[in-house]
Design a binder for this molecule. Structure first.
Ligand code: NAD
Length: 314
């Protein structure tokens, strides 16, 4: 099996690459290292288990030859910073929608038939019932990032319907764990490293979301792909509960040992415009396939806090 992983030097992508290498797949990582870290996959490259191409997905001509001989594309590359869309309005269009078009078009030209796509819970928007099932609709995302994920899903549906692709679309909850390079736990640890006496929390801290450990996430992806065979396979990936931002702040303060830090809330019901304050995915489609999620949200947060404190504070 030859797999091409876009964003394979990133946080989630590098864990996926670990799993693919472990089971003996041949892997080509395509990543422009805009937020990825080559060190995450350096050992695999040095061992000859992974080929690496520093290519930008916005460059269709550069992408085309990389698709030859590929059996499946795992498309994980994207701008990871949802908040960026509040200041710069074309990043998600270019790094999400256009990049996904280029991936699909280069697949079509090379005859590659299978794609797995990292979408997001944010496609559901903010008025979805909780826990949100995959068949909820209409999906009306409220961030530019969410719009690009929905556009990506739409393009994939079009390539399935028009050119006979087979697709797995994964709507991720908040994915956290080792090698995390962004997100609330990462931010809190950096803030406390800079100033152990105070922790600023965006919003009122009552935001409440599901968190899934990254190992669970990539195992779930591979489990679903191995056990489903529709032309489009749409799955929520998350855990069975939620954790509040207040709780995350308390866990990070405890784990860093900064127990004297004053926790200061900036106020408002969300971290930034376009943030969804409360989100929980229904994951019975995933569990009905026989997948067991190892970490609940709070365990995933505590585990992530411990490993990231090691990575960031040493
Ligand atoms: P990440 O930033 O660590 O990984 C993204 C990777 O894509 C990086 O290695 C980056 O260098 C690469 N990349 C970005 N733009 C590129 C381009 N134009 N050409 C080539 N490479 C490019 O982020 P992540 O958290 O690992 O996210 C992986 C995927 O999962 C993304 O699509 C993200 O939107 C999605 N997702 C993540 C979460 C989460 O909680 N982390 C939740 C929902 C969805």
């Amino acid at each position: 099996m030859r797999a091409l992983v876009t964003g394979g030097a990133g946080f989630i992508g590098s864990h996926l690459v670990d799993r693919l290498v472990a089971r003996g797949d041949k892997v080509l990582v395509v990543d422009n290292l805009s937020s990825g870290v080559l060190d995450f996959i350096k050992d695999h490259i040095e061992n000859g288990k992974v080929d690496f191409s520093n290519t930008d997905l916005k460059d269709l001509d550069a992408l085309k030859p990389l698709m030859h001989g590929v059996d499946i594309v795992y498309h994980l590359a994207a701008n990871p910073d949802i908040r960026l869309g509040t200041r710069i309005t074309d990043t998600d269009l270019n790094e999400g929608t256009i990049a996904t078009y280029n991936v699909l078009e280069s697949m079509r030209l090379a005859g590659v038939k299978k794609i797995a796509f990292a979408s997001s819970s944010v496609v559901y928007g903010e008025d979805a019932p909780m826990p949100t099932p995959e068949d909820h609709g209409p999906c009306l995302p409220i961030s530019l990032y969410g719009a690009s994920k929905q556009a990506g899903e739409g393009l994939i549906g079009a390539w399935v319907g028009t050119f006979g692709l087979q697709a797995w679309i994964f709507r991720f909850a908040n994915i956290i764990g080792e090698r995390g390079t962004h997100g609330v736990i990462f931010d809190f640890i950096h803030k406390l490293k800079k100033d152990p006496s105070r922790l600023e929390v965006l919003g009122n801290g009552l935001q409440e979301k599901s968190y899934m450990e990254v190992g669970d996430c990539v195992d779930a992806m591979l489990h679903v792909i191995s056990n489903t065979n529709e032309s489009i396979n749409l799955y929520n990936l998350g855990s069975n509960d939620t954790c509040s931002v207040r709780n995350i702040a308390a866990i990070v303060v405890k784990e860093t040992g900064c127990t004297d830090a004053s926790i200061e809330y900036t106020g408002g019901d969300r971290g930034w415009a376009g943030d969804i304050p409360k989100a929980m995915l229904a994951i019975n489609r995933l569990t009905d396939l026989g997948f067991k999620v190892n970490y609940d949200s709070e365990e995933a947060v505590a585990h992530t806090a411990r490993v990231l404190i090691q990575e960031i504070m040493g």
